[in-house]
Write a protein that binds this ligand. Structure first.
Ligand SMILES: [Zn+2]
Length: 406
């Protein structure tokens, strides 16, 4: 497989074996036997340093109706508001501007810009979710963002944006060069494109459960600079955010449109120092993850041998990856709960746990709750639905990046 950014041959450095799609929840037990799994391994590009999945799921097997609705996490909603306030100020946006969001989901982020009086437009290929956004009054085009869509919008509707925003999307689009060319096409001469996604440093810090098929790329700044240069775009500012357990937000413009901030140069230097441009740096991940696996399985076995019970919180992407890769089944975990009503009553991909609402923890009173969405651990531990259980002595287990009991 060649690098999707620069076409150089990739070097594989970590394999998670066979894994189902994190988006495909099963409706009934009869579907268990025919569930599809695909090879999940990650490679490094020796030329541009871009880390990426080797094999993606064939498009014919991909889902159109995603179960995920972004409006579920409180941290996410607060972050949307902060983004809107900060970006409006930083980029001087107003009633004459246009904010275009790629993969705008149910319109949660755009709603915040709209509340500030700024015109917005969303693009999202999941038709059921785009419909929800349109019904809320957030105009959303239900198509994949691409160079040809960008060209069509510019030529036929004279659309160009002051801000093109995308959270997580940049890591999920396989045809990334075409995507970046589309951004170039739709950006006003003094416009800014802002993208946010889990930062590649996570892989060095043992946060392996960000790896799944749909998450094609794990960007470092050095790999991004290379990619954006192919469309004559330049990265002029960067910022770290707490999203997804550690994300990078960057600001791009047409080459030469704005001066490049010192923090771009600083981060670039830091990455070189940390070895982001070297294969050996990433090869350490497999060993680190094995350490977490052994420690967590030993802990769960010990708890079980004492006759105690463990439930897990959240049927998230991270949860699916961890449970499947570690082989955690009903021998270790009694049941799974998730806040999203769309997932409740369905079976988790690969591990086939029936998903219950969080209230089940209070009713069933397990001794421990394994927090699979560890990046939201603080939020989960404060949940109203878990209050009585927590006060009654219930304990939390956080698995990544270190196994600990709270
Ligand atoms: Zn490359």
């Amino acid at each position: 497989m060649n690098c999707r950014s620069c076409q150089t041959e990739l070097v594989e450095f970590f394999s998670l074996g066979q894994m189902p799609s994190i988006n495909v929840f099963l409706k009934k037990e009869e579907e268990f036997a025919t569930e599809k799994k695909y090879n999940l391994s990650v490679g490094f590009c020796p030329k541009c340093s871009l880390v990426q999945i080797i094999d993606t799921i064939p498009p014919k097997d991909l889902f159109v109706d995603y179960v995920y609705f972004s409006a579920v996490s409180t941290q996410f909603l607060e972050h949307c508001k902060e983004n809107a306030n900060e970006l409006t100020k930083k980029l001087n946006l107003g009633p004459e501007s246009l904010v275009l969001e790629v993969a705008s989901n149910d319109g949660s982020q755009l709603q915040e810009f709209k509340n500030l009086g700024i015109p917005v437009l969303g693009v999202d290929p999941a038709k059921n979710i785009a419909k929800v956004a349109n019904e809320k009054g957030i105009k959303t085009i239900d198509e994949f963002f691409s160079y040809s869509l960008a060209k069509k919008l510019k030529e036929e509707q004279n659309i160009q944006a002051d801000l093109i925003f995308g959270a997580n999307v940049l890591a999920h689009v396989e045809g990334i060069v075409d995507f970046v060319k589309g951004v170039k096409e739709l950006l006003k001469p003094k416009g800014t494109a802002v993208f946010e996604f889990p930062y590649a440093r996570g892989l060095i810090e043992k946060k392996f459960d960000v790896i799944y098929h749909e998450h094609v790329f794990y960007y470092s700044l050095i790999a991004l600079i290379h990619l954006f240069k192919t469309a004559d775009l330049e990265i002029y500012d960067v910022k770290m955010t707490p999203m997804q357990g550690g994300s990078l937000m960057f600001f791009a413009c047409h080459a030469g449109a704005f001066p490049i901030h010192q923090n771009v140069k600083d981060l670039q230097a830091q990455e070189i120092e940390s070895g982001f441009d070297k294969l050996e740096t990433y090869q350490k991940l497999a060993e680190d993850v094995l350490g977490i696996k052994n420690e967590l399985l030993d802990l769960l076995k010990k708890i079980k041998s004492e006759g105690k019970r463990v439930a897990a919180y959240s049927a998230s992407a991270k949860g699916t990856v961890l449970l499947n890769y570690f082989g955690i089944n009903t021998n270790y975990i009694d049941f799974i709960v998730d806040k999203s009503p769309a997932k409740q009553g369905l079976y988790t991909p690969g591990t086939h746990f029936l998903v219950y609402p969080p209230e089940k923890v209070g009713e069933d009173k397990p001794d421990y709750l394994l927090i699979l969405c560890w990046n939201l651990a603080d939020e989960v531990m404060q949940m109203e639905e878990l209050k009585a259980w927590r006060e009654g002595g219930g304990k939390f287990i956080i698995p990544v990046p270190e196994v600990k009991i709270i």
